[in-house]
Design a protein around this ligand. Sequence first.
Ligand code: PHB
Length: 389
Amino acid sequence: MLSRRSVITVGALAAMPRFAIGQTAKIRIGVMLPFTGTYSSLGEMGINGLKLSLAQHGNKLGGRDVEIVTLDDESDPARAPSNATKLINGDNVDILIGTVHSGVAMGMVKVARETNTLLVIPNAGVAAATGPLCAPNVFRTSMTMWQPAFPMGKVAYDKGYRNVVSITWKYIAGEESIAGFKEGFEALGGKVIKEITVPFPDVEFQANLAEIAALKPDAVFTFFSGGGAVKFVKDYAAAGLKSSIPLLGSGFLTEGTLEAIGEPAEGILTTLHYADTLNLPANKKFRGEFKQAYGKLPDLFAVQGYDAGELLAVGLGAVKGDVNAKTELFASMERTVLDSPRGHLAFSASHNPVQDIYLRQVKKGQNEVLSVAAKAVSDPSRGCKMMPS
Ligand code: PHB
């Protein structure tokens, strides 16, 4: 079988016009997301956001019809490389989009780099993807875990909190989220006095909540998301901690979870690159159209999936649908500035979003924006050696 590389170096083919092969073929996009497990609602919101964007472009990218192949990655890192390889080799996808879980995203990045397949990450925040493993063909429309967590350090310090306990799942995204908060908080003079972790995706928090009650910190900082976030916020209130020890988080905690949590979520302060009430024309339009299409309001995960579609629409538009015109395609994507529902969205040289981080508070079941916690936040992308295209 010819590899992609050998196809473009065959002399006879090189002389043929672009798309002599497969000119009318559809662009195939392989989407890996969790459709089961604790992150299933994130996967559903992500794909619905993506589909809304594609539908608004007539289900075409750069003039070519688009076909989506979906795969439930079950947030299982062990199977990620074989799942991504199956999409590329078995389903012949041209582009990969995914995923939510950082461990699974690491497997996708590995395969994308080995095959030079374009990968757009619509959620997972692992630093390495746009750090040491950054690559011309790897883009992210979400964030690093550091981005929303770091600014919460100053918010917490300014509230007068000095001793904070952190709690999260023991895997890379949780650890990097806590590290981001800690960096911001301790630089100002605060102290993370205890870092509690539970195995992913466990939701038995009783012993941990008893420990937090005994430690009596000024506040608790947390990363949980999806089904686990619902359980944690409810248990926190049921343990009687809500009124005595403020609960803070990266905003994932209260995205897509508010209806299921109900009253115990009210008042929680978080920082994130989106808020339901952002008073921006693009946000209002998006929320209306999403509700119209799916019968419920979107959350951050829908926004990030939508923006993955929007980024591809610009890039493939620039190369008229030629997925093999990689240099031009990546250069165009890199230069793209989106009028996202979250606000102005540009990309750093490492292909990670540069974006505002908002301070939000849950009020009447919505994430209300209070202020901009940090403007145009760019991840330091430590370890990324890539030059701009
Ligand atoms: C991640 O694993 O990177 C992750 C998962 C859920 C979130 C955010 C990040 O809400």
